[in-house]
Ligand binder design. Structure first.
Ligand SMILES: Cc1ncc(COP(=O)(O)O)c(C=O)c1O
Length: 396
């Protein structure tokens, strides 16, 4: 039989999706599941975005430009200005989600065996994108006790080798909910300048920032214009995960020119979805005010309910819609599966994301789970109650 490539064999399975068969079986068995494991918001997509597609009278659904439609990129540049990010349409390449932007960046700036330093726990698919590009992830541990703050400059410098090409951050963070301060971004600025590295920032949760804090982008650091590459997406901002539209932004012309070659090879980002994304940019500020108020309420409910459980540690998320929770258990993969297969209260159970998959250091995160607060407040309360009762009877 013809064989699979070594890269194919190395590609990791999604740590979240591997639990799906157990969830499907639980549903078949008649259980109701509170899904605390997913990053799919239940917030409605802005009406204007949907309308722009429904009411469009396109007769030929043609390719767009490889780097994305001109009008959309111009409007995106205006949107970024409202966040004090001053770029032009020429600095933007529209992609099929942030996922494709990350793949293009890895392909454009790193050779096989090059290294990228990522603060862990991190978004699990970073491992998949690195594996697909033959790049080595070098993790730097951030701790729940420090609310997943940026590790020290010294800790970063210990990991920098001649193979290091980039530092990748996610701000606000998935799965941590951490928000890096301006000072932390400036620390990173100093490191990437000193060691001549790229700084990649995944800022897909930019809008989701709480407690009166403001998001500080790497693109606001003028000194690192040639180093900075920002990743963006409509998936979370407008609850448009299925549109599959993201982008990559950089002032570094060689990066953009190289990324465009990757973009040309896949011809074009989706045309209809760009129309929806362009219209979404007209969404009034009040939409976000409502969404953010909703997430703050959910976060506060979730954290205060979780804190009532003995023996758990929980981070204090400042952004995005996730938190990492340390549980009094040994193996969260087993615990998550057990919740689906063997536990329920009146036919209801919960699905959580085991956090081991968000770390690349073996053994870390095994007693942690990621919880997404993408459910309504009353359902979060019920879900945490189920978790609490489950922990009383669960045996590792
Ligand atoms: C941190 C982070 N980056 C990127 C993505 C992928 O985004 P997209 O849907 O735009 O591909 C996600 C999706 O959950 C994410 O959480």
């Amino acid at each position: 039989m013809p064989t699979i490539s070594s890269k194919g064999l190395l590609m990791p399975e999604s740590p979240i999706r591997k639990l799906v068969p157990y969830a499907e079986q639980a549903v078949k068995d008649g259980k109701f599941i509170y899904y605390l494991n997913i990053g799919q918001p239940d917030i409605k997509t802005p009406e204007g975005a949907l309308k722009a597609v429904k009411e469009n009278d396109i007769e030929i659904l043609s390719y767009s430009k490889s780097e994305g439609s001109e009008t959309y990129r111009k409007k995106l540049a205006n949107y970024f200005k409202t966040h004090d990010i001053h770029v032009s349409s020429k600095d933007i390449v529209v992609t099929t989600g942030a996922s494709e932007a990350l793949l293009f960046v890895f392909g454009s700036i790193m050779d096989p065996d090059d290294e990228v330093i990522i603060s862990e726990p991190f978004y699990a698919n970073y491992i998949a994108f690195s594996t697909a590009s033959g790049v080595k992830v070098v993790p730097i541990v951030s701790k729940i006790e420090d609310n997943f703050a940026l590790p020290s400059i010294e800790a970063f410098e210990k990991l920098i080798t001649p193979k290091t090409k980039a530092i990748l951050i996610c701000n606000p963070g998935n799965p941590t909910g951490n928000l890096y301060s301006k000072e932390e971004i400036q620390k990173l600025t100093a490191i990437v300048k000193k060691h001549d590295l790229f700084l990649i920032a995944d800022e897909v949760y930019r809008e989701f920032v709480y407690d009166g804090e403001t998001h500080y982008s790497i693109m606001q650091e003028k000194e690192i214009e040639e180093h900075a590459i920002m990743i963006d997406s409509v998936s979370k901002r407008y609850s448009m995960c299925g549109a599959r539209v993201g982008c990559l932004v950089s002032k570094n012309k060689s990066v953009i020119q190289t990324v465009i070659k990757f973009a040309q090879a896949r011809l074009s980002p989706p045309t209809y979805a760009q129309i929806a994304s362009e219209a979404a940019l007209d969404t009034p500020r009040s939409y976000f005010d409502d969404v953010i108020a909703e997430y703050i309420e959910r976060r506060d409910t979730l954290i205060s309910e979780l804190q009532k459980i003995d023996g758990i540690k929980v981070s204090n998320p400042k952004g995005a819609f996730y938190c990492v929770v340390e549980l009094p258990i040994k193996n969260s993969d087993h615990f998550a599966q057990w919740l689906l297969e063997e536990f329920d209260i009146n036919g209801e159970t919960v699905m959580v994301a085991p956090a081991g998959g968000f770390y690349s250091t073996p053994g870390l995160g095994l007693n942690q789970v990621r919880i997404a607060y993408v459910l309504k407040k009353e359902n979060l309360i019920k879900a945490v109650h189920i978790l609490k009762e489950a922990l009383k009877v669960y045996k590792d």
